[in-house]
Each structure stands twice: as structure tokens, then as C-alpha cells.
Write a protein that binds this ligand. Structure first.
Ligand SMILES: [Fe+2]
Length: 260
């Protein structure tokens, strides 16, 4: 079976969720469909630099298309993408994929590796796995998920819809303020914690701080190429020298990591 058949399974699964009249929810569903397909393409692109075997490359793309399959159920039943208010969408995806038997073309070991990557894609801690392939799949998926999300956020802030998607921005106030803990994380070259953000500028810096959790040189190269750091930074209200320096540092880290 080729990737195209796996994508048809995804399209078949999501088609019933598109029959919804609420335009706001429909919008979010379409957004997640596009995100899943975007992540699949990025997984595939990264995997070309990580795996020699086309079979492993197919497994990486499969992780991408199915990683957020539980988002549709989550939105339908809980009207939120907040796992703490509904369910863990990584764990739930594993359940759905097993019930629907969507991974039947893969053998047991391959299935285990794919499911492990999907289960861990939304966890704070770095992925763990039983072997190199499992670990690599988990890392590729986490990088691809972040790259696609950063790109859509940068696009969003440059579009006419900027500021209209309050749920996406967690209803944070758009004021020129940045929290101390956010600054501290950036100074430590660490990912910002969701619990520390209070303003929209904090949220944007949290996204930029994802750079510190990327795994592969090619992922850093994609970040540099798409200019997402500067594009998100330019949309911020807070402007000062310290922030210029910290965001410059994040960008420099990406540049240095891209050429390893
Ligand atoms: Fe996800």
C-alpha cells in the first residue's frame, strides 16, 4: 500500500466531521486537516535526511498524517483542543488507530514504533523508545509538528485574520508586556512553559522557544528558510533591546544547528 491509500483512510475518517454547520468549528476542523497533511509532508522531508529505507520514510509520513486524528473527536465532544479539559489526544489517537485498524499494512514492530511516536508527540518530556527507529520517528514527528505550527502562526499574524482567532491565542490579552519567567526560559535557552504565559507576546515567545526542542539539522534549516522567527517576532507589541537580543540568540542557535 502506498501513502496515498493511507491518506484516503484519513480523508474518509475526517469527512464525517466536515458535515457540521457551526462555521467556527468547521474552520478548526479544516485547519487540523490541513495541519495533518502539512505535518505528513514535513515528516517525509525530514525522513529523507534520517532514513535510507523507503519503508521507514513511509512510516514517518504515516506518523504525520495520523498524529492528530483524535483532534476531531475532541473538538466534536468537548469544543476544545485543550487536553486538560478533555483527553490526552496522543493517547486517544493510538486508541482510534487500533480500533479502525488503519495501520494494518505495517507489521507488529512497525506499528509499535508508529504508535509510540504518535503517543509521545504531545508530551513535554523528550521521547523515549526501544530502538533507534522508534526514537527517530518520535523525534521527526515532534520536529515536523512544530515546524508546521510555527509556519501557520507566522502566516496567521501576517494575514487579514490576525487577532481574530481568540481560541487559538488562548484568549490572552494583546498588550505590550512579557512575563519574567518567559524571559528567564529564553535566557536559559529552554522551552517556555505554557503555565508561565499571561499575554499574547508571551505566547509568541513560547512558540519561538520551540526552537530549543528541535532535533535535526534539517529541521533548523527549515526554520531558517521559512523566516518564521522574525515573522512572529515582528508581530509582537513589546519592543526592547533585551528581547531583540533573546530572539536573536534563538535565531543564532537555529542557524548554528542548521549546519552541523
Ligand atoms: Fe497534536
Amino acid at each position: 500500500m502506498e501513502y496515498i491509500n493511507l491518506e484516503s483512510l484519513f480523508d474518509k475518517y475526517t469527512s464525517s466531521y466536515l458535515e457540521i454547520s457551526d462555521s467556527r468549528i468547521l474552520n478548526s476542523i479544516q485547519f487540523k486537516i490541513a495541519h495533518s497533511k502539512g505535518v505528513a509532508v514535513i515528516c517525509s522531508n525530514i525522513s529523507l535526511f534520517v532514513f535510507l529505507s523507503p519503508r521507514h520514510q513511509l512510516m514517518a509520513k504515516t506518523c504525520g498524517i495520523f498524529h492528530d486524528i483524535a483532534r476531531f473527536e475532541q473538538l466534536k465532544h468537548f469544543s476544545t483542543f485543550d487536553d486538560s479539559k478533555s483527553f490526552d489526544h496522543g493517547e486517544k489517537a493510538v486508541e482510534i488507530l487500533k480500533t479502525e485498524n488503519y495501520l494494518s499494512i505495517f507489521d507488529k514492530t512497525e506499528q509499535k514504533a508508529i504508535l509510540n511516536a504518535i503517543k509521545q508527540h504531545n508530551k513535554k518530556t523528550p521521547p523515549i523508545g526501544d530502538d533507534e527507529i522508534e526514537m527517530a520517528l518520535a523525534r521527526i514527528l515532534r520536529d515536523a509538528d512544530k515546524i508546521d505550527t510555527l509556519t501557520s502562526i507566522a502566516d496567521y499574524y501576517e494575514s487579514k485574520d490576525a487577532g481574530k482567532k481568540k481560541a487559538l491565542e488562548l484568549d490572552l490579552p494583546n498588550i505590550p508586556e512579557v512575563s519574567e519567567k518567559v524571559i528567564q526560559s529564553l535566557k536559559n535557552a529552554q522551552m517556555v512553559d505554557y503555565r508561565d504565559i499571561r499575554t499574547l507576546d508571551d505566547f509568541k515567545l513560547l512558540k519561538i522557544s520551540w526552537i530549543y526542542d528541535l532535533n535535526y539539522s534539517i529541521s533548523f534549516a527549515m526554520i531558517i528558510e521559512s523566516q518564521v522567527v522574525n515573522r512572529i517576532f515582528n508581530s509582537m507589541k513589546t519592543k526592547n533591546k533585551e528581547l531583540d537580543m533573546l530572539v536573536g540568540m534563538a535565531y543564532g542557535y537555529a542557524e548554528a544547528s542548521a549546519i552541523h
